[in-house]
Design a protein around this ligand. Structure first.
Ligand code: MG
Length: 331
């Protein structure tokens, strides 16, 4: 029955005997959908995912930490950070986590975390203590930092939409103090700079391998059908200034959330229908289909080629043929 899935057989009315003989596929198992031949250099079209964590409420903030030999991620609504090690063991990593969301390693390998509940960005020092990197801008509290990325120059960039102050399961309800939902940059010296206010709700964030293009997910359309949606790109100057805002990938429905970039510049977007994969020119290459909405994703593993996918209440991994940009800093 190659070429047919269970639904096709049901439509064809071929009967329950054939269905019973077919191997059952786990409901949440991703499937590779090919739109462009280039996808073959990214992933084996027959690749299967395996689930390494289940039972979360809203999994987010995937970040592979080589020093821990495992994946750290946020279960935002359970108010907990988890560590799932390469050996399959798991343990709470920070509990409570202040409704943490996005996580990223800084240039020294320290974990940087966006917190909804405290509306700040923190860095974990080697002794385990937390240092606040960003909490206010122009004397007013941030909205609720959502996702962060490391730039090649050592700066940390993050998005600041309002989800952590408008959704009671993800933080504490509050009126925004900021007049915009911005993209910010934390200079390596620690200075906080606003870089763009041209968003309804900025969310996922990523850099091209050379750091000269910034990608930001616009998720305003998630709550408002008239709102903006899609992945935007900017040119980044040597001084860290943005220009040339453009639509990199348009979304007809749904919204992109977390972003990842591979070493060859392709962009991977957490989406309602799985992980969408784009060439560096914005061409849709294909998709890793998932049964549940994907909130975030990250490359990692011992060789940097393992893709970790946070799909609502589970974490899945799928082996890729390329490594993510995270790998560039570790070679
Ligand atoms: Mg997000």
């Amino acid at each position: 029955m190659a070429g047919y899935d269970r639904r096709d057989i049901l439509k064809l009315g071929l009967g329950s005997a054939i269905l019973a003989a077919m191997p059952r596929i786990a409901e949440a198992a991703p499937l590779v959908r090919v739109d462009d031949p280039e996808l073959a250099s990214v992933i084996d079209p027959t690749a299967r995912a395996r689930t390494i964590f289940e039972g979360g409420k809203w999994c987010e903030g995937t970040c592979y930490v080589p020093a821990l030999a495992g994946l750290v991620f946020s279960d935002v609504k359970s108010n907990r950070l988890w560590l799932v090690k390469d050996d399959g063991s798991r343990e709470p990593y920070r509990d409570p986590s202040n409704n943490s969301n996005g996580n990223v390693l800084d240039a020294e390998g320290r974990l940087v975390t966006c917190e909804h509940r405290t509306r700040r960005v923190v860095r974990q020092e080697k002794d385990g203590t937390l240092t606040t990197l960003a909490e206010t801008f122009e004397g007013k509290r941030l909205n609720s930092p959502n996702d962060a990325v490391l730039a090649p120059d050592g700066a940390i960039w993050f998005t600041d939409p309002t989800y952590g102050i408008t959704q009671p399961a993800e933080g504490i309800l509050a009126e925004p103090e900021q007049t915009a939902r911005r993209v910010y940059r934390i200079d390596p010296s620690g200075r906080l700079e606003a870089k763009s206010d041209a968003f309804d709700q900025p969310n996922g964030i990523g850099f091209s391998p050379d750091g000269r293009v910034l990608y930001v997910s616009e998720t305003g359309g998630g709550a408002n059908p008239e709102g903006a949606r899609g992945i935007h790109a900017f040119d980044v100057s040597a001084e860290g200034n943005l220009s040339g805002k453009r639509i990199f990938a348009a979304y007809d429905s749904g919204v992109p959330d977390g972003l990842a970039v591979d070493v060859e510049g392709r962009v991977y977007a957490a989406s309602g229908d799985g992980v969408r994969i784009y060439g560096s020119d914005g061409r849709m290459l294909g998709r890793i289909a998932t049964a549940k909405t994907v909130g975030n994703l990250a490359f990692g593993g011992p060789d940097g080629r393992r893709l970790f996918i946070a799909a609502t209440d589970v974490i899945q991994v799928i082996d890729m043929k390329v490594a993510g940009v995270e790998w560039l800093g570790r070679k």
